[in-house]
Design a protein around this ligand. Sequence first.
Ligand code: ADE
Ligand code: ZN
Length: 329
Amino acid sequence: MQDFIAGLPKCELHLHIEGTLEPELKFELARRNGLALPYSSVEEMRAAYAFDDLPSFLTVYYEGMQVLRTEPDFYDLAMAYLRKAASQNVRYAEIFFDPQAHTSRGVPFDVLIRGLRRALLDAEKQLGIRAQLIMCFLRDFQAEYAMATLLESLPYKEWIVGVGLDSDEKGNPPAKFAAVYERARQEGYLLTMHCDVDQENSVEHIRQAIQDIGVDRIDHGVNILEDPALVEEILAKGIGLTCCPISNGIVTDSMKAEGIRKLLDLGVRVTINSDDPAYFPGYVQENLAALNLSREELLQVERNAFEITWLPRHIKDAYLAELETYAAN
Ligand code: ADE
Ligand code: ZN
């Protein structure tokens, strides 16, 4: 089965680029930028990754990314991920980035987006992997800051396919960002947002995302199973979910494998992704392997993924054809 998954043409739709910052690169960037880290080795750093819920993870995640300072730092970060993804036969990725986690500590938007963009272009040329960027707003900051970030992104609109919403969901419902999302839609961005697993008011947040915001897809969202009418609604609308089993297994009580499988059985466009693989150990290959899915289910997961990508129809169809060729052989 590992070989079957390895050969499968894959798609990654839920991946925080800052969450791919492996300890080795963290040390390298700290050295390059003359920064001291509170760990003496890669092993010691990994041992300090002792989180068991979303807030405790986020503390380590934001602390770790402070070594990212210059355009080449962001380039190297994205290139390292794209190399790893290409080695796992990920054919296409939609990559989240958190601009406010950098602009809030003095890194210009222009610096970070140019580094990421240059890596995407080089990776497509050198590795044959295609990728697009999704700009996420930090939901524990004020909506006004998200709006300012949205406006700051407009000169780079051609480089960003859509917007997302991440960070700590507790007390930060989708409704807080309704005006930001409305403006993002007017600007031509596609819309997604995290509805993290087992949050306070999870189902109400999912409802707001679908009915009040009008998202094009949902990141995580497995709690939708608690409301069959909402499941019917996303089935009718074709809204996909980007699930992340290994991440779930660390920040909640389980990988939510049963729920993911149930959604798949119901015909929901479920996809399997890696979230923050430097922290929740496992890239797409390992996340797909974690669920013990059948070959037909694995193929369906990747069909779902390519189908809900934010790519033009003809490019989607080319990936789907590649997948069917693999299925037939
Ligand atoms: N930021 C990075 N990873 C995240 C996650 N899994 N949930 C919410 N915000 C995040
Ligand atoms: Zn996420």
